[in-house]
Design a protein around this ligand. Sequence first.
Ligand code: NAP
Ligand code: GDD
Length: 339
Amino acid sequence: MAKKALVTGITGQDGSYLAEFLLKKGYDVFGLERRASTKNRGNIKHIESEIHFISGDMLDSNSLIRAISEAQPDEIYNLAAQSFVAESWHQKRYTHEVNSSGVINLLEAVYEVKPDAKVYQAGTSEMFGKVQETPQKETTPFYPRSPYGIAKLAAYWTVVNFRESYSLFACSGLLFNHESPRRGLEFVTRKITNAVVQIKLGLIDKFFLGNIGTKRDWGFAGDYVAAMWLMLQQNEPDDFVIATGKTNTVRKFVELAFEAVNIKIESNGKKGVDEKYIRTDTGSVVLEINSKFFRPAEVYLLMGDSSKARKKLGWKPKVNFEELVRMMVKSDLKLLSKK
Ligand code: NAP
Ligand code: GDD
């Protein structure tokens, strides 16, 4: 009989790649979908007919109990979250409710309805925040720097506690930033590729960013969902860092994106820290720094050490940083040229 998986956050970036991955492996895929006035299935349009949708919300315990009762899943992947860090300062309580209390709701429901289901919780490198060592690994002390990071850290400890209290098979993946052509437009990578392509096509002259000196360990979402699955195939539940081990500035991402559309931008050697503008080699301003996009507290550097996952799960990323930027630019070029 086919294995059954319940995926929360199925309409999001990771949910769509994970659903594809599980369908290819022969799973029956159930997706928890929250109600919206207009359906938001753009990322999963191509596989929509293969998914069993169940309506529900992380804030509504009964809907989670119903979803688990209906799906009777072998595996549950909790990807649902208010995932935009910048927004978490504007909606602190809501972010905490969805990203932390929502996880309690889900784990209680698992314990009540299907305690033998294996659970994956989407943890994050944001929990390392003001990093206490570099690279960051499973044993690195946490120091979250945003309401989002705080909520995710509470969820992380909730997973540990359910594991230790009730022997649930529950794991947290400590995933570093991962991107794709399906990334939401407000995240910096997609914001850049989308804007650079618009500039290339003559649709806009310039765009605005915040701190372009911050560093992230960026991988490809398609590679990272495989690690989620691998965690649930182990004999014992455990937590794993998933990362490429390489870090780059936002400015470097900008440089590579412009390079991918053959626009030459100036390199003033300031590495993004004090820059106010970036110009092309012909002098046009294509990027302006705007304080509106700076955060009240920033995570300046993330770089993960995923040796544990590489050794125990046999996982490693396939797409590197340069390929990722080119993939996203190419996709936006196709999308925007069509429009
Ligand atoms: P995403 O694209 O923003 O997707 C979030 C998903 O959660 C969407 O399907 C959204 O549904 C759903 N959702 C939000 N609030 C909900 C609620 N109250 N009840 C039910 N569903 C709700 O995020 P992602 O990039 O795929 O990330 C997936 C997970 O991994 C998130 O938990 C995120 O925090 C975590 N994470 C992401 C990264 C990364 O770099 N991408 C790294 C580490 C951890 P709608 O479509 O209806 O909005
Ligand atoms: N979004 C955004 N917009 N970020 C900007 C901008 C801008 O205009 N300008 C500079 N940045 C900087 C941010 O300050 C941050 O340092 C970096 O770009 C990355 O920002 P995001 O792409 O918004 O991602 P994030 O690192 O805050 O959070 C993502 O990764 C986490 C894992 O570390 C999200 O996917 C989280 O859900 C995830 O947990």
